[in-house]
Ligand binder design. Structure first.
Ligand code: ADP
Ligand code: MG
Length: 522
């Protein structure tokens, strides 16, 4: 560790029991997931209050399943939540970074008496510099680049059924790659749909799959080159209670006639579009309308709002929102529709220019199917992020290299150097943790690697020092940037807390205080 001349830094001892407590809480949570980092990370057995057990080594699942009541430890769970939502991978990395920054920051505050604001200021510089370096070192790739497959393997290959999971994701990516619908940027997260069904075999389907129980002998289970329309409209039927409230019999008759006329107009308009399938999102749909459509060989399928948006994106369609627009809306032709009654699945197959793919993820049990689902999701997220933000050497190599560069900067001294060192320390901990989890002596191996360029690290699969980009151990730069940002944000907040106070909820605010005035009780 670099020795700093801190004599010129104004130091101040602060009451630090809260910091000690908060750190202990954060570290105990972080310690439960840090041993899962990397391809040889160990599994955890989770048991819920009903006695359900499942085994996982997915950082996000573990963090989000932990029942924690410590308010600051909850902030770390928030890191996992945020990283998962933003990047879909890199959760353990984010938590390890946070724990190491906090440990080092706390050491500087308690052992050296440095004021937290000085450390926070230095950390901000360190984080900003690390992000700049990550962006500079990131290599841009496109969908044709063979390294995209290596990103998927690095993210998902070492997990449960790694080879199968990687081949599912790679097949989905290559279907999208070969699609002729290149008029818009492919977004894997939107274009690859996941269905988690333990009782089924794994399948990659070139199209959109919808889970529905449906039975109508009148409608064929298979349609070819069929037109599809998409509507989100109010298609409620008149309710019995409304008609009962109407005292006047003539009014009731007129209302019913009116309703029947509108229903007929709608079904005639739908029929004139030439579509064979109507996806409809409406809280209730008039039974008369449904039977009118079925008589005309149009299959109405109820979908949720979320499904409606997915279909609209998948087939690049507009959603019809008013009955006047039905005939002006787009009818998109798909290659086929096939209903598998036994599985309860509709398969809508793409024409060449459409780009949506569905991966059905099976598994021996519900638990294994979920674990495989998470690995598939990690592979897809990593691939998307690699296309957006470029690739970097994995295995903690890029982090170690940036850590060394930050240390060179912090050697120049100044009040910020200590905070920059906090970030540098945390970055080097990623390789250390991956190596420790794989049973290597991290200190020895890392000393050897420090003398090489930023692309070198230990390939855990071979145990050798290798150029990680050449060895195919490749990560996305974007996931690392997000992990650093979310970890630093929480650590900065925790380091600045010097007391925890019990607050009234805003609803119980003392009369006479303004709504914005804090109402705290020591
Ligand atoms: P996270 O939840 O942060 O994604 P993972 O357990 O998925 O954690 O581990 C990801 C880390 O493992 C990345 O830094 C990645 O580069 C590294 N990794 C993956 N495969 C290898 C390998 N063969 N050798 C060394 N490191 C690897
Ligand atoms: Mg991962």
């Amino acid at each position: 560790m670099v020795e700093h001349n801190v004599s010129n830094i104004q130091t101040q001892k602060i009451e630090n029991t809260a910091l000690e407590n908060n750190c202990a809480a954060v570290l105990s949570i972080a310690d439960t997931v840090r041993t899962t980092l990397g391809p040889k990370g160990l599994d955890k057995l989770l048991v819920d209050e009903l006695g359900n057990r499942f085994i996982t080594n997915d950082g996000a699942t573990i963090m989000l399943s932990i029942k924690t009541i410590h308010p600051v430890a909850k902030m770390v769970v928030e890191i996992a939540d945020r990283q998962e939502a933003k990047s879909g991978d890199g959760t353990t990395t984010a938590v390890v970074l946070a724990a190491e920054m906090l440990k080092e920051g706390k050491r500087l505050i308690t052992d050296m008496g440095i004021h937290p604001t000085l450390i926070v200021r230095g950390m901000e510089i360190g984080i900003q510099r690390s992000i700049e370096l990550l962006k500079q070192m990131a290599v841009k790739i496109d969908i044709e680049d063979a390294r995209l497959a290596q990103v998927i393997t690095t993210a998902a290959g070492s997990r449960m059924d790694g080879d199968q999971v990687v081949s599912l994701v790679s097949e989905a990516v290559s279907l999208l790659k070969n699609s002729k619908g290149k008029k818009r940027m492919i977004n894997f997260k939107k274009s690859i749909l996941l269905i988690n069904k333990p009782e089924l075999e794994d399948l990659v389907f070139d199209g959109f799959v919808l889970q529905r129980q449906f039975h109508d002998p009148q409608i064929s289970n298979q349609l070819h080159n069929v037109g599809v329309i998409l509507a989100k409209m109010d298609l409620k039927e008149s309710r019995e209670s409304w008609t009962m409230e109407m005292k006047n019999y003539d009014d009731v008759v007129r209302m019913k006639e009116n309703q029947a006329r509108i229903t007929k107009e709608i079904s005639d308009s739908i029929c004139r579009t030439g579509a064979g399938i109507l996806f409809i999102s409406s809280p209730q749909v008039d039974e008369l309308l449904l039977s009118n459509l079925l008589v005309k060989n149009i299959l109405p399928i109820h979908v949720s709002n979320e499904e409606l948006l997915t279909i609209a994106y998948a087939f690049d369609m507009q959603v019809i929102r008013r009955k006047e627009d039905i005939e002006r809306g787009t009818v998109v032709t798909i290659k086929s529709m096939c209903y598998d009654e036994e599985k309860g699945l509709f398969f809508f197959e793409n024409l060449a220019q459409q780009n949506v793919v569905t991966i059905i993820i099976g598994g021996a049990t519900k638990v294994t199917s979920q674990e495989r689902w998470r690995s598939v999701k990690d592979g897809i997220s990593a691939a998307q992020s690699a296309l957006n933000d470029g690739i970097v050497a994995g295995g903690g190599a890029v982090e170690l290299c940036i850590s060394e560069k930050l240390k060179e900067k912090s050697l120049n001294g100044g009040v910020e150097s200590l905070g920059i060192e906090v970030v540098a320390h945390a970055l080097s901990s990623i390789m250390r943790q991956i190596l420790t989890n794989a049973g290597f002596s991290a200190f020895e191996k890392m000393t050897e690697i420090r003398n090489k360029s930023g692309e070198y690290g230990i390939n855990i699969n071979t145990g050798k020092i290798e150029n990680m980009l050449e060895a195919g151990v490749i990560d996305s730069a974007g996931i690392k940037i997000n992990a650093l940002k979310s970890a630093a944000e929480i650590v900065k907040a925790v380091l600045r807390i010097d007391r925890i106070l019990i607050a009234h909820s805003p609803h119980n605010a003392v009369v006479g205080k303004s709504a914005n005035e804090p109402n705290l009780k020591g």
